[in-house]
Write a protein that binds this ligand. Structure first.
Ligand code: BTN
Length: 333
């Protein structure tokens, strides 16, 4: 747990980024001795914050690390609950796996498990998820909504809308959603979302939203099998992006939409989701476990199920599938 003193120190230093803040002032603001301040500054440096010190002048924050430690996330986080309990790893098998374990141990709602690297990150349909060190965001968020388990898929769509807005806030880049959980830029995958749950037949006990985001990878960082289908924000924007800022905005929007959803239902989220979705109204091929269907994606239901209308006019509900857009085919008028 980050101490209140370190939070207060970082807040004062960030508020005076171009000037020095004296040890005395920091000590008064944080309510501790100057020696304690010095110790905390050393710890912050150890965590990757670049803090200059000058005799008789004090301390100046030069830069923040691009790490995703508890400090990096809490400083500037604008939420009440989501992301307030950060469990950070340098390297981990899968944040999803840790979040499941924490859920069983009664970790609080809003707990965020985040790692610089995942060794066995996993995606939908048990596919591996490439999670190299220090360049992406690999995180799993624990929620405990009082809802029946049938509602769980809606959370993938809620998270997708929050991520689209967070990316736009921080980078100005507009991301598109491909049902159910792919976020794409120029047709290449930037983010994937994996929603899992612990539940009985009546009620969700814990919902774990795993989000994997390609942020600062360069083209050559992707393995061959991903290089033509994946992208990163840095590739799209041509500059490095603060990962902590993205995490903070995802938490902020997700908390807002979670609140709207619990109070007003799925309808407002559905409207937003459809406005960002590329597959709706398009001719698609859906590969499901029971076979392949082709037709027009006519919309999603209130439960987040995709509706596919085939050439005979029959509507098929699609619960789980890989979707391919048939770009040159007919579009629904
Ligand atoms: C997909 O598109 O298939 C979903 C990918 C989800 C990846 C994230 S990264 C953080 C969390 N931990 C995992 O092992 N997977 C999810």
């Amino acid at each position: 747990m980050v101490s209140k003193i370190r939070q207060s120190l970082l807040a004062s230093l960030s508020a005076h980024q171009d000037t020095y803040v004296s040890g005395q002032q920091l000590a008064e603001e944080s309510g501790c001795s100057r020696t304690a301040i010095w110790k905390h500054i050393e710890e912050l440096r150890g965590d990757g914050f670049s803090i200059e010190s000058k005799r008789k002048k004090g301390y100046r924050l030069i830069g923040r690390s691009d790490l995703l430690t508890e400090n990096d996330i809490l400083l500037g986080l604008e939420t009440k609950t989501l992301g307030r309990n950060v469990i950070y790893f340098d390297s981990v098998d899968s944040t999803q796996k840790i979040a499941h374990k924490l859920a069983q141990e009664q970790a609080p709602e809003g707990t965020l498990v985040i790692a610089e690297e995942q060794v066995t990150g996993r995606g939908r349909m048990a596919r591996p998820w490439h999670s190299p060190k220090g360049t992406g965001i690999w995180m799993s968020l624990l929620l405990k909504p009082t809802l029946p388990p049938q509602k769980a898929p809606q959370f993938t769509l809620i998270a997708a809308v929050a991520v689209v807005q967070a990316i736009h806030d921080v980078s100005g880049i507009q991301v598109e959603i491909k049902w159910p959980n792919d976020l794409l830029v120029h047709g290449r995958k930037l983010t994937g979302i994996l929603t899992e749950l612990q539940a009985d037949s009546e009620q969700i006990h814990s919902l774990i939203i795993g989000i994997g985001m390609n942020i600062n990878q360069q083209k050559e960082d992707f393995p061959d099998e991903l290089s033509s289908i994946a992208t990163s924000l840095a590739i799209e924007k041509g500059e490095l992006i603060s990962r902590a800022a993205i995490v903070q905005r995802v938490m902020y929007h997700l908390e807002r939409y979670y609140d709207i959803y619990m109070n007003k239902g799925f309808a407002p989220i559905k409207l937003l989701w459809e406005s960002y979705a590329i597959s709706i109204g398009k001719n698609i091929t859906a590969r499901t476990l029971n076979g392949t269907l082709t037709g027009v994606a006519s919309g999603i239901t209130d439960d987040g199920v995709l509706l596919l209308e085939d050439s005979e006019g029959t509507i098929h509900p699609i619960y789980s599938a890989d979707i391919e857009l048939n770009l040159n085919d007919r579009e629904k008028k």
